[in-house]
Write a protein that binds this ligand. Structure first.
Ligand code: ZN
Length: 474
């Protein structure tokens, strides 16, 4: 029998606000344990939470970008459970009236656009963190307690581990474009739990699902889902029953193992939090948020393809992060060939930035400088080889590419007479390869071109050298 894989993801995005969601403690990561706490986020008796307005704004912008129905009326509920890192023994979350309802995210899988439903995107507070020490005891750090989270729940619309990976990448890209979160999976500001089940192909009802936790990288999500997919298929093929349970992923062993049977919503005894008033949004304010959304990555990708004639791969790389897309556009305004520029950005520029551990915003070569360099190559004034040398120089110590080319006399030699003389000399000095070429070994020409380039310090126009050698030897 053929089985179909059904995957839904729950993603917790840490919202980038200065203060926590219900108190004024700082929300960023870091700080000595339990130094970013107050009576409110420690859940001391008699304290009252007050909602941070900025949290609502970021969550609404995220909801609008995910095409959600943003509710003009939402409220907070208590999700009851005990854990040492949850001082109130309940988490303030949203249950039946979430801020953002039923949206969708479009993802691109092999160039095909697929629409993934978003069930909801609701607000909640983060819990603290348990720290386990080597000598057998544990401590609790409440700095994280009360940091605002947006939980984004997808519909079970994903059909393979790879699609799940694409969805996560797109979601992260959108959140980062909006500036609502850093979405750093390693630092825990972007966390994912995955639900996966299998069903006979074409069956209308869903199979029994497992929820996988402890996924802390994109690779881990895909690997865990691949493992779980084959584990469940094996069980179904042997006629065994898949249990609804929560499973933990072990990245070292690359496998999942059972943690506990899956809890249901009613286990949490949700009820409205009496300490918080409902959130009522004005239509006018909502429209203002909608109008001020930036162009989102997938829209920008298709515009890059149309406007600059870039291949899918280039457009995808360049638009994945907003600052990189901005850099490209600033430079593209000043070049004739956007594709040539794209090659320079994705190759030389990103290579050097990675080497130096710099972000694109910190690039020592400004967009205008790169554009002038690419134009010099495009206009045949310098060779690609010389351009790389000039690029390395301006990356290291700044300067203007045109001035450097001028000062160091690097202009490409496109003068026929001058090059013919060099070609003549190289032919005279290399009778072996010349003979090889004339007896049919076409590859020998490459060697001769290389000799001419060497003799001119890389400044000869390689196209012209090729032509000259060809006509002289044929
Ligand atoms: Zn606090």
């Amino acid at each position: 029998m053929n089985y179909e894989t059904v995957i839904g993801l729950e993603v917790h995005v840490q919202l980038k606000t200065a203060a926590k969601i219900f108190c004024s403690c700082p929300a960023g990561s870091g700080g000595e344990p339990n130094t970013r706490v107050c009576p409110v986020c420690l859940g001391l008796p008699g304290t009252l939470p007050v909602l941070n307005r900025k949290v609502v704004e970021l969550a609404v912008r995220a909801g609008l970008a995910l095409n959600c129905a943003v509710s003009g009326f939402s409220k907070f509920d208590r999700k009851n459970y005990f854990s040492p890192d949850l001082p109130k023994a309940y988490q303030i979350s949203q249950y039946d009236r979430p801020l953002n309802d039923s949206g969708r995210l479009e993802i691109s899988v092999d160039g095909e656009v697929k629409r993934i439903g978003i069930t909801r995107a609701h607000l909640e507070e983060d819990a603290g963190k348990l720290v386990h020490f080597d000598d057998g005891w544990s401590g609790v750090d409440y700095n994280r307690a009360g940091i605002p989270l947006l939980e984004i729940v997808s519909e079970p619309d994903l059909r393979s581990p790879r699609e799940a990976g694409e969805y996560l990448k797109e979601l992260r890209s959108v959140m980062r474009y909006l500036g609502v979160s850093d979405c750093d999976m390693e630092k825990g500001s972007f966390r994912c739990d995955a639900n996966i089940s299998l069903r006979p192909s074409g069956a209308p009802e869903l199979g029994v699902k497992a929820e996988i936790k402890n996924l802390n990288s994109f690779k881990a999500v895909e690997r865990a889902l691949e493992y779980e997919e084959s584990r469940q298929r094996g069980m179904l093929e042997r006629g065994e029953t898949v249990l609804q349970e929560t499973r933990l992923y072990n990245a070292d062993l690359q496998r999942t193992s059972s943690m506990r049977s899956k809890e249901e919503a009613h286990d949490y005894r949700y009820f409205p939090d009496p300490d918080l008033v409902p959130v009522v949004l004005e239509q006018e304010w909502l429209e203002e948020q909608r109008r001020s959304l930036p162009e989102l990555p997938l829209a920008r990708l298709s515009r890059f393809r149309k406007e600059y004639g870039l291949p899918l791969h280039d457009a995808g790389v360049l638009t994945a992060e907003r600052p990189l897309a901005d850099y490209f556009e600033a430079a593209a305004a000043a070049v004739d060939s956007p594709k040539a520029l794209s090659n320079w950005v994705m190759g030389e520029l990103m290579g050097k930035l990675n080497e130096a551990g710099l972000a694109i915003e910190e690039s020592p070569v400004p967009p205008g400088g790169l554009a002038r360099l690419v134009s010099l190559v495009e206009q045949g004034k310098i060779s690609g080889k010389i351009a790389k040398r000039v690029f390395a120089e301006i990356f290291e110590s700044g300067g203007d590419p045109e001035e450097i080319v001028e000062e160091q006399g690097l202009l490409q030699i496109s003068d026929r007479d001058e090059l013919e003389a060099v070609v003549e000399r190289v032919i005279g000095e290399n009778p072996g390869p010349v003979g090889d070429f004339q007896s049919g070994k076409k590859a020998a020409l490459g060697f001769l071109v290389g000799q001419v380039m060497k003799a001119t310090g890389g400044q000869a126009n390689p196209k012209l050298v090729n032509q000259l050698l060809h006509s002289r030897l044929s």
